[in-house]
Design a protein. Structure first.
Lengths: 336, 522
């Protein structure tokens, strides 16, 4: 394990986080909208506005506000939400596991189905399956998530009610929160029925969220595989009499994996931050909705906290992708 | 042959009894309430959003409250009250034998702590919250005295008749002093009141669970549990109601309501709200100074078409500053009818400058009283064009819009008001008096300074006899009508859509009800 390299990347991560914190702090204050005014709306008196601004600390110069913010971050405090005064870290903490669970489930579906479709399409180039799967990939990329989600709810929850239409688990169940990941918590509490229920609730939103990355992964896998399948070592492997499955899975796919891993990492990062539509349609209590609601209310502390978390997650995913490169291709070595 | 006929006869006789049986209230079950978003804080003295109030009023109670389906003030935790002769001291006799959900007894000290934390900066709980609207609630209260365990007195700095209605607002809840001390600034996440439902749990952005308070002092709630489920997407909320996943779906759009009306399994209640959407004329701008011009522009707009096209019929045309659901509404006033010819004539008489554009400011956000502000502005622009007035639509970000209109920078601006406390003073003094027309920060965005009107408003605040106050406000509305500082557009209709399995579903004109009496068929 290149520990020096990881340490260097983690140091870069700190610099990135600092840059992100400055940018987000400034951008939020550049967009029009006064949090106190938005909170109190048209019914507030000028005195109430002044009092609330002062309570929120918005009457101080930006430099002072940023200084307080930075000092708090260094103490592990993301500040308090301007809307309800609750600590942002705990507000994020209760929502992040829901988003993680959804994004990881969607990536699993997208990876398994996308890679399988891409591999088969490449292996059977110009076949009906190839045309069919690439057509479906085009549809998957083009179809608005919003429309797809609502159609799935209408078909599978209203017309033929076989799938739950909202939430992470049945409304009567409230498993003890240990990790915040519903699948894990239901298993830890030994409620297998609740685990199946949570899994059932995860199907429609994760499938909806997976369509776009699935289509991208399928197309990338197909093109990467086609490139590799024409290489000499694949021809040699076939000439040596290896079975087609071994040739494709062991020799071709492993070598085609580099671009696929890049796309997987990129999409996982995007899903973590961009699941807002799916979360809205399926009433999924995740971080995407929280960010948008906070932004609409100009809840500076909440948005800043969320963006920092997203930036950190994105940087960690990138680091993991880079490390996976080394595992997949021994010729790639990282240097501290 | 006779036996079957006898049987049929017997069944026919029993049918009414059977149907009566189906309508008899039953206890138990879970009411699932689909709503557009999550609550922010369940300490209602800190709440400004409807989703917090909907949930909070199931748990917390006030000294007084509005009627189940009306805005008339009734006793809740206070049994009776009286006002001193000088109109400055309100003495409330409190209900005995009431306990908070944590077992702590309800008494005058609990009322003191609940109010004093908002009013007095030196109170130990004052720093635990952001008190959003003291001016609308306990603002005039300058002192609070615990007379004895079950008597409390509120002293105002001037005679202030609307105080009783203010106390019926969600902003004045009574919380357990023990819980306020224990939870400190987190009391909004753990509300402990005396209401018919107890707070159980809150999964952020997902659901709030409440359960029946078995020790409730009044008639106990019928359903065992209420789950308030956040379903932000309106189409998903509609489908949830259609499929029976939820029992109530809030805030459906007009198209969804039209669909719901065709569904045999869903019931709808409609009620005029306590709001008004209006176009304010800045009376300090030279071209809008003449009342004749303002009257002319009032004749230029067809409100019926506006209601059909923008509100899908879910509103009534406005002619006064407040809706008919509020007492002292002057129904004798004849609204400015839609009459473009008369509008042109009046404008010509007033020597209006038709060649210069006039600014029409459109709200950037949608509200119940203004669901499509830009379309509404475009429609008004077209109506004004039809009488020769060139209006230019101006838009600003919401915060800037409010600040600029309150500075009087506009010619005409669209705004609205929800009179939560259902007191005419809230609309008349708050939005139209000379006292509130001072820039910057003028709530009276017409910057209309009419001395006679303002005197009437101030007199109304000091008059405690409702009949006398009514006379004052009827006269004030006549002055408003003649001077036309606003073009009152609409009072929107409030709608509640729910499964027919639910019974005794209430709907106050402000849309905020306790669901204590609601029961659900098994």
């Amino acid at each position: 394990m290149p520990l020096g390299y990881i340490a260097k990347r983690l140091f870069h991560l700190l610099l990135i986080m600092f840059g992100v914190s400055v940018l987000v702090f400034l951008m939020l204050r550049m967009i029009p909208g006064d949090p106190a005014r938005l909170l109190l709306g048209e019914f507030a008196s000028p005195e109430e506005l002044v009092r609330l601004r002062s309570q929120m600390g918005l009457n101080q110069p930006y430099v002072v506000q940023y200084g307080i913010y930075l000092k708090n971050i260094l103490h592990g405090d993301l500040g308090n939400s301007l809307r309800n005064g609750a600590p942002v870290a705990s507000e994020i903490g209760v929502r992040l596991p829901a988003t993680l669970e959804l994004a990881v489930a969607a990536m699993l579906i997208a990876s398994v189905l996308g890679i399988a479709a891409g591999v088969v399409s490449a292996a059977r180039q110009y076949s009906v399956f190839d045309y069919g799967s690439m057509f479906m990939a085009l549809v998957g990329v083009s179809m608005p998530i919003f429309w797809l989600g609502l159609m799935l709810i209408y078909l599978l929850s209203v017309m033929f009610p076989i799938m739950p239409m909202m939430g992470r688990i049945g409304m009567g169940s409230e498993p003890d929160v240990v990790t915040g990941l519903m699948l894990v918590d239901t298993l830890l509490s030994g409620e297998f029925g609740d685990f199946l229920d949570a899994l059932h609730h995860l199907v429609l939103p994760s499938f909806t969220l997976s369509t776009i990355p699935m289509a991208i992964i399928a197309r990338i896998t197909r093109s990467a595989m086609l490139e590799v399948l024409n290489k000499d070592y694949v021809r040699t492997a076939r000439a040596k009499g290896m079975s087609e499955a071994v040739v494709i899975l062991r020799h071709a796919l492993r070598n085609a994996f580099l671009p696929i891993v890049t796309v997987l990492g990129l999409n996982l990062g995007l899903l973590l931050g961009g699941a807002v539509l799916t979360e809205t349609i399926f009433s999924w209590p995740g971080l995407g909705r929280y960010v948008v609601d906070s932004l609409m209310a100009r809840d500076y502390a909440a948005v800043q906290g969320c963006i920092l978390i997203f930036a950190a997650l994105m940087a960690v995913i990138n680091l993991m992708v880079d490390l996976v490169y080394g595992l997949l291709d021994p010729r790639i070595r990282v240097h501290a | 042959m006779r036996k079957p006929i006898a049987c049929v006869f017997l069944i026919l006789c029993l049918l009414p009894a059977l149907s009566f049986g189906a309508d008899a209230p039953v206890t138990g079950g879970t009411l699932i309430w689909g709503r557009g978003g999550d609550s922010v804080s369940l300490d209602l003295a800190q709440a400004t959003d409807g989703e917090s109030i909907k949930a909070g009023i199931q748990v917390l109670e006030n000294l007084v409250i509005f009627g189940k389906d009306s805005m008339n003030v009734e006793p809740q935790l206070a049994e009776s009250w009286k006002v001193s002769d000088d109109g400055r001291t309100w003495t409330f006799k409190l209900r005995r034998g009431v306990k908070f959900h944590d077992g702590y007894p309800f008494n005058a000290q609990a009322v003191y702590d609940s109010f004093a934390r908002v009013v007095f900066k030196e109170h130990p709980y004052n720093s635990y919250g952001q008190w959003k609207y003291p001016s609308l609630s306990l603002g005039p209260v300058k002192d609070i005295k615990v007379v004895d365990d079950y008597t409390i007195a509120l002293i105002t700095d001037k005679p202030y008749a609307p105080l009783l209605n203010n106390l019926a607002l969600w902003l004045c809840p009574i919380l357990s002093p023990k819980a306020m001390a224990d939870y400190k600034d987190k009391i909004g996440q753990h509300p402990v009141g005396t209401g018919p439902f107890k707070f159980v749990s809150w999964t952020k952005d997902d659901q709030i669970v409440l359960e029946r308070n078995k020790d409730y002092w009044g008639e106990k709630a019928k359903v065992n549990k209420i789950i308030l489920k956040s379903i932000p997407e309106p189409s998903a909320r509609l489908m949830a109601l259609q499929s029976g996943t939820v029992d109530i779906a809030d805030d459906l759009d007009p198209d969804s309501i039209a669909l719901v009306k065709k569904n045999q399994k869903i019931a709808i209640i409609e009620r005029p709200s306590v709001n008004v959407g209006y176009l304010a004329f800045n009376t300090e701008k030279p071209r809008l100074k003449d009342p004749k011009v303002r009257q002319a522009l009032s004749h230029a707009v067809d409100k019926d078409t506006l209601i059909k096209s923008i509100f899908a019929g879910l509103a009534i045309p406005a002619k006064n500053p407040f809706p008919p659901s509020i007492w002292s509404y002057n129904d004798a006033i004849k609204a400015y009818d839609y009459n473009p010819e008369k509008a042109k004539k009046l404008l010509t008489e007033a020597k209006f400058d038709f060649n210069t554009e006039i600014e029409l400011w459109a709200m950037p956000v949608s509200r119940a009283y203004m669901p499509e502000p830009v379309k509404t502005a475009e429609l008004i622009q077209a109506y004004f064009a039809a009488v020769g007035v060139k209006a230019k639509i101006v838009r600003h970000e919401w915060g800037a819009y409010l600040s600029k209109t309150q500075n009087g920078e506009h010619d005409m601006c669209m705004l609205g008001w929800l009179g939560g406390n259902a007191d005419p003073d809230n609309f008349l003094y708050g939005l139209l008096s000379a006292d509130t027309a001072k820039t910057p920060g003028a709530a009276n965005v017409a910057i209309w300074k009419n001395a006679e009107f303002t005197d009437l408003c101030l007199k109304g605040q000091k008059t405690f006899n409702k009949a006398d106050r009514t006379k004052i406000y009827l006269k004030a509305q006549e002055i408003f009508h003649a001077e036309a500082p606003w073009l009152p557009l609409v009072h929107s209709t409030i709608v509640r859509c729910y499964s027919k399995k639910l019974h005794d579903v209430p709907l106050r004109p402000n849309g905020l009800n306790s669901f204590q009496m609601v029961w659900k068929e098994k």
